[in-house]
Design a protein around this ligand. Structure first.
Ligand SMILES: Cc1ncc(COP(=O)(O)O)c(C=O)c1O
Length: 394
């Protein structure tokens, strides 16, 4: 009988043999809104951050953080329902709700916790939850944690979803989708999903972690880009750790839904509130999202420049119009070899492998930021062109 430690060691060796062992690189410094990262003694041009607008090191955001830390201290000291809910949190909630055009918003410490809160609080045993097969892991975990009957529909397949919804008799149903799929970069068919939900009386819950701040005419996200409102998408989640460059997340919805989460969501109630200084930094970032549309224009300009050239070069682009531009390479070995070759050329693009993506769909996940320059995009294209063909790497 193997000892528990031996069993764990065997499991780790299995991961290594399958090319699925993860390794953390220690980041020693960052500059230019995460576009330049010093790692293991070298400066790399980075295409791996979700700091899409380059706000993580914006002087206004840093000043707001420091000033609020001086005023409030660092930790909030308690959960929101005890004594941790500060005026910075409250003002940020009001500003987020106004920005996305919903009656109320509720702050969470992370997007993961916000997703658990929504699905596990609003649904119970006997209800139904339908999720896109490529949803973020936190949404899938939330569906399982809710105790509702859980069903995954094929990626973006609204016809399949409709036929599943048609079989639901009396139970409450929620359809859950990423707005922008985090590993593929494509946008969910939100108008069609909203139509299906309306017909069948189901809630639509959109996790817009990668759309908020980036998509839509004014940066309100994938729901704005699809021209949908509260009636169509009654529950919206956005994260602050990506386009806002800070940390945390929010759920924006009707007053009853937000109040229900505040009263009952375990991941809201039983945890320390975000540091108020982080909320203050997020307020400064939200102002920049609102007032500096050139950041979105520049970011989407990089995406267009990259796709135009990558198409001409015959790179294995996926069907994405967002700042997430994966290159599909297939095996774990091919993705790892390409990522290592790019690091050797001074560029950091992560290899994404199973279980994050399906077997055979390993990829390079390139993400662009407004902090990049056109010359950065060109340097990436040059390095990608110089990669040995997939399969020929050691
Ligand atoms: C689609 C999606 N939802 C939720 C999350 C979780 O957000 P957070 O990092 O704030 O926990 C992420 C990424 O982290 C994500 O990509």
């Amino acid at each position: 009988m193997p000892l528990p430690g031996e069993r764990l060691q065997a499991g780790l060796e299995e991961l290594a043999a399958a090319g699925r062992l993860r390794r953390r690189r220690v980041v020693e410094g960052k500059a230019l809104g995460s576009a330049r990262i010093r790692v293991e003694g070298r400066e790399l041009l980075a295409f791996c951050s979700n700091d899409y607008l380059g706000l993580a090191d914006h002087p206004d955001v840093i000043t707001a953080l420091v000033a609020a830390a001086r005023e409030w201290g660092v930790g909030s000291g308690a959960s929101h329902l005890v004594s941790g809910h500060c005026s910075e949190h409250h003002a940020l909630e009001e500003e987020l709700a106004a920005f996305v055009g919903r009656p109320r918003a509720l702050l969470f410490s992370t997007g993961y916790m916000a997703n658990l809160a929504v699905v596990a609080t609003l649904l119970a045993r006997g209800d139904r939850v339908f999720e896109d097969r490529l949803n973020h892991a936190s949404l899938l975990d939330a569906g399982l944690a809710s105790g509702a009957r859980f069903s995954r529909y094929p990626h973006a397949d609204v016809a399949s979803l409709r036929s599943r919804l048609a079989r639901v008799a009396d139970s409450r149903a929620m359809v859950v989708t990423d707005g922008v799929f985090s590993m593929d970069g494509d946008v969910a068919p939100l108008r069609e999903l909203a139509g299906a939900c309306r017909e069948h009386g189901a809630w639509l819950f959109v996790d817009d972690a990668h759309g908020f701040g980036v998509l839509g005419r004014t940066g309100r996200g994938s729901v704005e880009a699809a021209d949908l409102g509260l009636q169509d998408v009654p529950i919206l989640m956005g994260t602050l750790g990506k386009a806002c460059g800070t940390f945390g997340a929010f759920v924006a919805s009707s007053s009853e839904i937000v109040e229900t989460l505040l009263q009952r969501a375990r991941t809201y109630i039983y945890t320390t509130a975000l540091p108020p200084a982080v909320a203050a930094a997020s307020r400064a970032a939200l102002r920049l999202v609102r007032e500096e549309p050139w950041r979105r224009a520049r970011l989407l300009g990089h995406v267009a420049r990259f796709r135009r050239e990558a198409l001409r070069l015959g790179l294995p682009l996926m069907d994405s119009s967002t700042p997430i531009q994966p290159l599909l390479l297939g095996t774990e070995a091919a993705a790892l070899a390409a990522s290592d070759a790019l690091v050797a050329a001074g560029i950091w693009v992560p290899a994404i492998r199973p279980p994050t993506v399906p077997a055979g769909a390993s990829r390079l996940r390139i993400t662009f930021s407004a902090a990049h320059t056109d010359a950065d995009v060109d340097r990436l294209l040059e390095a990608l062109t110089a990669l040995p063909p997939a399969g020929s790497q050691a």
